[in-house]
Design a protein around this ligand. Structure first.
Ligand code: ATP
Length: 282
């Protein structure tokens, strides 16, 4: 039996540049990881089946699970005959904008690489992973990076200065394709990609907080006004910066001092059903 930890990602920035001929949006986003994790275990089977076990019944355990898809891709690509049982313990909120499914898929690719002694380089796993999800290449490495293209072009950046992260997911599920459908590239919403890169380069925490920005935030907030309410609430209770992650609905805030972080946590804990106080990993 082997184990993998699958951390959630947050977007420090997210920008959409133009719509490509293949229907995808060209994106540019800076992402990092937080200490909010799914835990996966992998065990060889005596047959050739892929079996996924998830305790939480609202997560699919059949071939719709991204971990299943990743395992199928790995066994088919590398001619593995033996099956595997994958057990997932979800700690990451689902349909949240935290790449929960993608990080499980990435952990599965890393896990099977070890379990079956395949020893493929991570860059090769990224090329495979992008075929099932745009966040998977980033999740294979974790760390802090700017991702471009569909998500497959990854440049590593310095990890952010240490900070608390307060993560709040309102009880609505958002489908990313729905948000992208409503995206009007003519409408302007400033995203501070360069400032964020500079902040990471110089380790400037204040500048990092000022640069948090997401092109999709106004769109998802129009669908679900509670997103902006949570953000305002976090900022009013002393957060250093706050923004929506991915296509939402999760909003997170940064706070450097523990007391300040707890205050922000308590201020949103009543109005939101899933709130976590964790650390930035990067
Ligand atoms: P992203 O940020 O990459 O858009 P997300 O955090 O918004 O992802 P997920 O938690 O990955 O969303 O869930 C999106 C959908 O994927 C859900 O409908 C869920 O049923 C399905 N899904 C498939 N595999 C998994 C998995 N291993 N964990 C959670 N959800 C999964």
């Amino acid at each position: 039996m082997i184990y993998e930890t699958a951390p959630a990602k947050i977007n420090l920035t997210l920008d959409t540049l133009f719509k490509r001929d293949d229907g995808y949006h060209e994106i540019e986003m800076i992402m990092t990881t937080i200490d909010l994790n799914d835990r996966l275990s992998f065990e060889r089977r005596s047959d050739s089946k892929i079996v996924v076990q998830v305790e939480q019944n609202y997560v699919p355990s059949d071939s719709k699970n991204l971990a299943y898809k990743a395992a199928q891709l790995m066994t088919e690509t590398y001619g593995v005959q033996q099956g595997v049982t994958i057990t997932i313990d979800k700690g990451i909120p689902v349909s949240a904008g935290l790449a929960g499914g993608s990080t499980d898929a990435a952990a599965t690719m890393r896990g099977l690489n070890r379990l079956f002694g395949l020893n493929r380089p991570l860059s090769e796993l990224c090329n495979l992973g992008i075929t099932i999800g745009t966040d998977i290449p980033f999740c294979i490495y974790g760390k802090t990076a700017i991702c471009k293209g569909k998500g497959e072009i990854i440049e590593f950046l310095n990890k952010p200065p240490s900070s608390w992260v307060i993560v709040a997911k309102p009880s609505v599920g958002i489908s990313s394709p729905d948000v992208f459908k409503r995206l009007n590239l003519e409408e302007y919403h400033e995203v501070h990609t360069t400032a964020c890169q500079e902040a990471l380069l110089s380790g400037d925490y204040e500048k990092l907080c000022e640069s948090l920005s997401n092109r999709l935030e106004p769109i998802s907030s129009k669908m679900y006004p509670e997103i902006l309410k949570i953000k305002e609430n976090m900022l009013n209770s002393g957060a250093d910066g706050s923004v929506m992650s991915g296509s939402g609905p999760t909003v997170y805030a940064l706070a450097q001092k523990e007391r300040q972080a707890k205050h922000v946590y308590n201020s949103v804990n009543g109005c939101c059903n899933e709130v976590h106080l964790v650390r930035l990993l990067g």
